[in-house]
Ligand binder design. Sequence first.
Ligand SMILES: Nc1ncnc2c1ncn2[C@@H]1O[C@H](COP(=O)(O)OP(=O)(O)O)[C@@H](O)[C@H]1O
Ligand SMILES: [Mg+2]
Length: 638
Amino acid sequence: MPAKILKVRHSRIAEKHATICGMSNALPHISEDLPRIRQLDEASINRIAAGEVVERPASAVKELVENALDAGARHVRVDISDGGKTLIRVIDDGCGMRPDDLPLALSRHATSKIDGSDLTNIQSFGFRGEALPSLGAVGRLSIISRASGFEGSQISVSGSTLSPSKPAAFAQGTQIELRDLFYATPARLKFLRTDRAETQSILDVIRRLAMASPSVGFDVHDVSGGTSRALFKVLPETGDLFDALHRRLMQILGKEFAENAVAVQAERDGFTLSGYAALPTFSRGAAVMQYMFVNNRPVRDKLLIAALRAAYSDFLSRDRHPAAVLFVDCAPTLVDVNVHPAKSEVRFRQPGVLRGLIISALRHTLAEAGHRASSTVAASMLGAARAETMPQQGFSYQMDRPSGAVKAANYQFHAPQSSETEAVFARVNDIDDTSTEPTPEKPQEHYPLGAARGQVHENYIIAQTRDGMVIVDQHAAHERLVYEKLKTQMQQSGVASQALLIPEIINLSADDCGRLMGVRDTLDSLGLSIEPFGTGAIAVRSTPAILGDTDVKALVLDVLDELNDQEHTQSIKDKIDAVLSRVACHGSVRSGRRLRGEEMNALLREMETTPHSGQCNHGRPTYVELKLSDIERLFGRR
Ligand SMILES: Nc1ncnc2c1ncn2[C@@H]1O[C@H](COP(=O)(O)OP(=O)(O)O)[C@@H](O)[C@H]1O
Ligand SMILES: [Mg+2]
C-alpha cells in the first residue's frame, strides 16, 4: 500500500516537472527522451521568485515601504486603488537613486544594501535585491527617482520588458508605482480576497512598519475611482525614543492601550527587550494586539508569541489574550533573518535565553505595575460616569470587551455565604506572618489602600486614603491572595495540607481516575492527596490547608477540568500554576460575606504586601482608586 502511494506521488511530480520543462505531460517522454537541463530566462526566474516574495498586494506594499525606510525617508506616502490590485504607489523623500542605477535596481540580486561579504551582519530591511525585479515580473512597474546632486530619471518595466530610462522632473526621493498586480499571472488573481480585506492587510503592514519607525511620518490614501480618501496618517515623532514610541502607539493602537501599557526594558546575554505591555486588566478576546519586532523588523514568530503568553499566564484566563508591542534587539549574528523570502520568520541562535528574558522581564514589569491596574480602570470609570452628563467628544476606541466600568457594573454577586468562609478568612489572615501590622504611630489612612470605612453590597470594601478612596472587590482580592500564598508555599516546601477526618470518596470515570492518578505526586505537593478506591472512584485523604473546610468534590472536579484543559501544556510549572489558580478559587471569601472593620483593614494591609494583588487570577482588577480630585471632577467642583 505505501509503495503504491509513493508511486502515485512520484508520477505527479514527474508530470509537473515535465510541464515546467515545457514538454508534453506524457510520462513516457521522460524515459524515451532524456530531458535536457536548460537555464531559465530572466523573466521566468523573476516570476518564480515573485511567487515567494509577492503573495498579495500587502506584500508588495511591504517591500516598497521597506525600501523607502531603508532609503532614510522621513515621510512615506502610499496610494492604493481597489485594495492595491490596480494601483500601489509609494512616494518617499529618502536618498533616491542615481540615473545610471535605475536599471540595476530592476535587475535580479542587485542591491545597494550589502556587498555580499557578510550575510550574518544585516542592518537593513532589504538585502536580497529581489523585490523590484519580482514586482516588475507580476505587474506594470515604473520608478521615478532623484538623488541629491543628480538629475531625476524614470524607468518602467512591464512583463520583465525594460523601457530605457529617461530624464524626469522630481524632488529628491523616489516614487514607485505598481499597476495591475498579477495581470500576467491570472491564477494568482483568483486567490486575492475582496478589496476591503486586501486594504486591511495593507493597513496592517503599514501599522507594523509605522510602529517600528516612530520618527517617520506615514500617509495612506485610497484613490480608487479618482477620489482620494485618507485611510491612515501619523506625523513624524521627535524626542526621546520611548516617548516617541508611546505617542506613536497611542495613535495606532488607541488611547486606552497607551494608558494601560507599561514600559518594558530589560537586557540579558546580548538580547535587549523593550516596548510596551498592557496590564492584564486590558486584555483582548483574541491575539490581535500583539506586535513583535526583531531588530526593528516586524515578525510573526511563534517563539515570541508563546513567551508572551507564558508571561501573562498567571494573570489571564485562557480565553483572554495579552496586548503588547515588543522589540527584541540583538547582534545580527544572534538571529538569522534569511530564513524566508518575505523575512517575516526569523531563527534565533539561543531561543531559550530569549524566552527566559521575555517571561521574566514581563512578569517583573507587571509585578511592579501590580498596583496600577486599578487607577487606569478608575479613569475609564470616571469617563463613563461623566459621559452621563456630558456629550462624549473625540474618538471612541472600539474594544471587543466592555470597559472596566461597564464590566464592574455588570458583575453579579449572589451566593449567600455559609459560615465556613469565616474560618477560611481568619486563616488567610494569620498565614501571612510577614504582613505588616499597622503600628500605632502610623494611621491606617497612610497606607496605600487606606483605612476601611465600610462594606457595601456584602462584597465591596470602601476605604479612605490620604488623597482619595479605594473600592475593593473582596472576593477578587482574596482569590489573588490565596493564589499567591499557594504559590509561595509551593516554592518553599509544597502546599500545607490538612487531613480529612473521613476520606471523601468520589466516583469518576475510569479515564478521569487514571488522569488524576497519573499526576498523584504533583497533586500531593499541592496539598491534595488521593488514592485509588476500587474501580471508578478515588479517595481524597487531604486537601490544601489554606482552603479550610472546602467542598472536596467540587475541588477535585475543578482540578480535573483544569488538567483536561492543560493536557497540551508542555511545562509542568504552567500546569501547576493553572491548577493552583483553580484551587485558589475554592478558598476565596465569596461576595456576600460581611466583614468586620479589622478584618477589612487586615485584607487591605495584606494586599499591599502581596505581589500582583492589583488584579485577580482572571485579569480583573481587585480594586479601583478614585483620587479626591477625580471625585471633585465627578461633582463638577473642578
Ligand atoms: N525607495 C527607494 N529609494 C532609494 N533606493 C531604492 C528604493 N527602492 C529601491 N531602491 C534601490 O533598489 C535596490 C533594489 O531594491 P530591492 O529589489 O527591493 O532589493 P533590496 O531592498 O533587497 O536591496 C535597493 O538596494 C536600493 O538601492
Ligand atoms: Mg527591498
